[in-house]
Write a protein that binds this ligand. Structure first.
Ligand SMILES: [Fe+2]
Length: 574
């Protein structure tokens, strides 16, 4: 049985394919059309998913989209009544999108250029139910509490519940216009980070500041006695004025959503590119601390209600790896599962599993242990690309490959590492990565000067052998998708300065031999040379979506000042 899942008309448009309950392929549209966070219809991603199982669309049994415009319709209408003079931009944009979701069958046929009839049954899965399914149904847990925490989807910002077997019971939700994701986005805009997905930069800025504005942020967003919270709407525009938003085929854009009240309370907003002051750092620190308070409050209530000590987490806020890492320290939850594409891209996976497990009541048999669900290229295909380039190249055996790369990293080179299937989700996890030596503090600036050009305050992340985590970090729970931040042990901070953030933390990827043997071997070879089982891992790109094909990797190598490139078993040097 083939099920296609789609996230469309929403940030990070994506497609996923599940065959008999097993996830075979999942990928974001941005990797094909090269538009970051692209929000249109994921036609190329769908084509890839079909190719991965070698079927045509006519052979699909089910197609599920992670949107249901009819969900919460009454609430939407009630909210809109009385505001018709001044319709919220968000509502207008969402209504326009809703119309597209209704024509999914035609849109799919058009996008794939099909004339034949699709026999598939079509399903709409409510956004947050798709998020909940995207973590719980592919988790290793038979029972778990679930929290989906987000900006908005289908009029809801946050939903929580319990998963047991193939059942997901919703216990509660927070409705539009209240959203912790919106608080993070609005504050990021105020701080001069207006792009879609910029919230992660503010999370990286927070450790430089002191949370001096907790009183203000406790006024901006207030908890209730249950899991929920409410915004002080005086600080926001999204609910009242026309906020320009676009969810077309390009990168999504969101107009200003913080109100003048932010300026009254904190002073003038920062324009992008203006210098950052301690005020900005302190606001970022307060925002992050308040986000953690809100989330831990919700999680504690959820734990009291469910008495479960395992948690599955999804939604855009689940990318807040600083918060994620602190959950076991601040709540009664002991184990946390976050899947690699915790944000909207992952709802394509959730929609598939919702149909397979919940609607069709098929047993769960699949655990999403890694993110390697995208396109791959055999050495035979890569060879043509390598031969067409003007670089010196050599073909290496598997053993030579990881040894040569480890030696280059230890020598202080910037190494492009392109192997196997591309990652699903925003993190490069050792298949489309740039890898350097974490022992050299200067590598951060070198990487920024030569390739990444990121703001200097943003940290770079470590990949560590799973079996060595306890030697370097205060917590040891695996973090295979780089979605947990832990404290680096005091005595190791000077050993790996390039991946230790200003507050002594690191957003680590734990690398298991079972899920990525080649990357595990590379780090093992690096350890053999240096005694350190850690490398610095950043995504293989330069201000663009992560590279997908060998041609794009070679092109990035050419454009930037990377030193050495490993494409499959080929080594290319300048
Ligand atoms: Fe979402």
């Amino acid at each position: 049985m083939y099920i296609l899942g789609i996230n469309a008309y929403h940030g990070d448009a994506s497609a996923a394919l599940v065959k008999d309950g097993e996830l075979i392929a999942a990928v974001e549209e941005e990797r094909f059309n090269r538009k970051k966070h692209c929000a249109g219809f994921p036609a190329a991603a769908i084509r890839y998913c079909l190719e991965a199982v070698n079927i045509s669309a006519a052979e699909l049994d089910h197609v599920a989209i992670s949107r249901d415009p009819s969900a919460h319709l009454q609430k939407k209408i009630l909210f809109s009544v009385g505001r018709l003079q001044n319709l919220s931009g968000l509502i207008v944009a969402r209504l326009a999108n809703a119309a597209k979701v209704r024509d999914l069958r035609e849109e799919l046929a058009r996008a794939l250029g099909l004339s034949e009839n699709l026999r598939a049954q079509f399903h709409r899965v409510e956004h947050h139910k798709a998020h909940m399914a995207s973590c719980f149904l592919v988790s290793p847990f038979e029972r778990a509490a679930i929290l989906s925490i987000d900006g908005f989807g289908d009029f809801i910002s946050t939903m929580w519940g319990v998963g047991e077997g193939t059942k997901i019971d919703v216990l509660g939700q927070v409705e539009y216009p209240h959203s912790v994701g919106i608080v993070y986005t609005a504050t990021s805009q105020y701080l001069g980070f207006p792009k879609y997905g910029d919230e992660g930069k503010v999370m990286g800025l927070a450790p430089y500041g002191t949370p001096r504005y907790m009183e203000q942020f406790r006024d901006i967003i207030r908890t209730d006695k249950h899991e929920g919270f409410k915004l002080n709407l005086d600080y926001f525009l999204h609910h009242s004025e026309g906020v320009d938003m676009s969810w077309d085929d390009g990168s999504p854009t969101i107009g200003r959503i913080f109100s003048d009240k932010f300026i009254e309370v904190f002073g003038p907003s920062r324009a992008s590119g203006e210098p950052l002051s301690s005020l900005h750092e302190d606001i970022a620190a307060s925002l992050q601390a308040r986000l953690e308070e809100i989330s831990f409050h919700a999680l504690q209530r959820l734990h009291e209600r469910t008495k479960l000590d395992r948690l599955c987490l999804a939604g855009g806020v689940a990318f807040n790896s600083v918060m994620n890492g602190k959950i076991p320290l601040n709540t009664a939850f002991q184990e946390v599962y976050v899947q690699p594409a915790a944000g909207d891209a992952g709802t394509a996976v959730g929609a598939c599993h919702w149909v397979y497990n919940v609607l069709l009541r098929q047993p769960r048999s699949f655990v999403m242990e890694h993110a390697y669900t995208g396109p791959e290229f055999a050495n035979g295909q890569i060879e043509g690309v390598v031969r067409g380039s003007h670089f010196d190249w050599r073909e290496l055996s598997d053993r030579q490959l990881t040894q040569a790369a480890a030696q280059a990293i230890a020598d202080g080179k910037i190494v492009g590492w392109f192997q196997g299937r591309m990652e699903f989700g925003p993190r490069a996890l050792g298949n489309r990565s740039i890898v350097v030596d974490p022992r050299r503090a200067e590598m951060k600036d070198i990487l920024n000067a030569r390739i990444k050009k990121r703001e200097p305050f943003r940290p770079f992340a470590p990949s560590i052998l799973e079996e060595r985590v306890g030697d370097y970090f205060e917590q040891t729970h695996p973090s295979p998708a780089m979605l947990m931040v832990y404290q680096v042990k005091q005595d190791k901070r000077s050993v790996i300065p390039a991946v230790t953030h200003v507050d002594g933390s690191g957003r680590l990827q734990t690398v298991a031999h079972s899920t990525n043997p080649r990357y595990h071997q590379l780090i093992s070879d690096f350890e053999r040379l240096t005694g350190v089982p850690v490398v610095l891992n950043t995504s293989f790109n330069e201000d663009e979506p992560i590279v997908c094909t060998p041609e794009e990797a070679l092109n990035c190598f050419q454009r930037t000042r990377m030193d050495i490139l490993f494409l499959g078993n080929y080594m290319l040097q300048r």
